[in-house]
Design a protein around this ligand. Structure first.
Ligand code: FA5
Ligand code: MG
Length: 461
């Protein structure tokens, strides 16, 4: 079976399928199987994004720092159609669609359907499962740490490459930096792929206990636990030497123990009894590093990553001599367990039959499914080209079918004597809200085939 997991840690670097581009840089996680070397920098949709025409970068001062107080709307650099783009405002930063989606710019790979999620901030809605969960986690930290944790939930998701990667020590050649995995606004600016993007800046500002909740963005595979926009909560706690000096153990072990105790306590606070396990892992920004998995729908599901902060991060940000822990929770994954929500797409549903089931402060409510329509499966086979990646395929399928696609799964992969590789993917179409007609699905599949052929340089079989 193909195991697909998305992570900024080793599992992300060591993509487990044969058609990704893992960098063999990390220690294998217990779940990893075969690895393939990183072949080349991933090119997104070669026909649109020709890297030979590497462009002038349109850098935008309003993206310089989401924490800075830049709030004046940015003038359109190119005079475009007179249609006024709606301005979003997040954390004091004004964002126009033209700033984020630029089809003709080869350094930009943000599609419309991703832009349309920016600013929705499900985590700030008290009646939404993600907001209810955020508040429950806040309660846990407030009551266990005497409200010491400072909370941020409105930091702009458009951040610099420096914030998202450099400041948390993500190596220059790490696969998560590629256009295949991350949404780039331009060569220096991304949609944050994790809330860790804010760690360094908040440490520099002097915070020692903080929680950052926000929407994060990743080009990723498609199934019931992966979505290209999801929500994370980052937690950081900095310890000073007098907190561990009498513990009889070294600082790192003391902090690692405290971290696990804190997160196990959180899991008990949220779930009561639940089957969970710790898995050793690798992140560039923590050492040692761990993931917590919870047993859900007959599988182990990874719900968070965490670890003891690398000394370099503390030293560079004015915390020399301290030790810290950090974690990043996947809020959708936790909410799926908590509310029994079977599919990650449901979080975006505006159907009353979904939204009316949740209300502020009500944690234990179990979701009652209102649609049990069977999925419809369609296969697509093609000879791949060197630049083909599964993430690019998923992006095309999402672009055509939106949330009507439930899963994209590699079911066959072979290389012939001439060295040509053929892959077959099974696409599951299913609406969470209504039944789909054969005609509608055939049309979607037809459009997918056309777009795959024209954008991904593959030869359909
Ligand atoms: C990170 O993003 C690290 N920044 C977490 C961290 C923070 C580690 C601080 C150490 C210290 P990872 O890529 O594993 O790690 O993602 C964290 C969680 O986000 C996962 O455990 C999972 O619950 C969730 N997640 C990852 N990808 C997706 C996705 N495509 N859809 C939904 N949830 C996801
Ligand atoms: Mg992970």
């Amino acid at each position: 079976m193909l195991i697909r997991r998305s992570t900024i840690c080793c599992a992300r670097a060591l993509r487990l399928s044969t058609h990704h581009h893992p960098i063999p840089m990390a220690v294998p996680s217990p779940l990893s199987t075969h690895l393939k070397p990183f072949s080349s920098f991933c090119h997104l949709f070669p026909c649109d994004h020709d890297f030979k025409l590497f462009p002038h970068f349109l850098s935008s001062s309003c993206f310089a720092s989401p924490l800075s107080s830049l709030s004046s709307p940015k003038p359109n650099r190119r005079s475009k159609s007179p249609v006024a783009a709606a301005l979003l405002e997040i954390g004091g930063v004004k964002i126009a669609k033209d700033d984020v989606v630029r089809e003709s710019d080869p350094t930009n790979n943000v599609p419309d359907n991703i832009f349309s999620k920016i600013g929705l901030q499900l985590h700030r809605r008290d009646n939404h499962p993600i907001g209810i969960l955020k508040n429950a986690i806040y309660d846990y930290f407030d009551s266990n740490y005497a409200s010491k944790f400072v909370k941020f939930d409105d930091l702009c998701p458009i951040v610099s490459v420096q914030q998202n990667f450099d400041e948390v020590l993500v190596p220059a050649d790490h696969v998560s930096r590629s256009y295949n995995d991350t949404y780039y606004v331009n060569a220096d600016t991304v949609l944050r792929c994790h809330t860790s993007a804010h760690q360094a800046e908040l440490l520099r500002e002097g915070h020692s206990h903080f929680l950052v909740t926000g929407d994060v963005y990743r080009r990723d595979s498609i199934d019931s636990t992966h979505y290209p926009v999801f929500h994370q909560m980052e937690g950081v706690r900095v310890f000073s030497p007098d907190e561990w000096k009498d513990s009889g153990t070294d600082a790192t072990s003391y902090v690692a123990m405290d971290l696990k105790k804190c997160l196990e306590g959180l899991a008990r606070h949220l779930f009561g009894a639940v089957e969970m396990r710790w898995v050793d892992t690798y992140f560039p920004f923590t050492n040692p590093s761990f993931e917590l998995e919870i047993y859900f729908q007959e599988n182990w599901m990874e719900v968070l990553g965490c670890g003891v902060t690398e000394q370099d991060i503390l030293t560079r940000n004015g915390r020399k001599g301290s030790v810290a822990w950090a974690f990043g929770l996947g809020l959708e994954r936790l909410a799926m367990v908590l509310f029994d929500i079977p599919d990650i797409r449901l979080f975006w549903s505006t159907d009353q039959r979904f939204t009316s089931q949740f209300s502020e402060g009500k944690l234990g409510v179990k979701f009652k499914p209102f649609s049990k329509f069977p999925p419809c499966y369609k296969d697509i086979s093609f000879w791949i080209s060197d630049s083909f990646t599964e993430n690019n395929l998923c992006e095309v399928v999402r672009g055509v079918a939106g949330d009507l696609v439930e899963e994209v799964k590699l079911i066959d992969n072979f290389t012939n004597k001439k060295g040509m590789t053929s892959q077959c993917y099974r696409i599951a179409y299913r609406s969470t809200e209504r039944s789909l007609t054969d005609e509608e699905i055939n049309q979607l599949q037809w459009n997918v085939r056309e777009t795959v052929q024209s954008k991904l340089y593959v030869t359909l079989r």
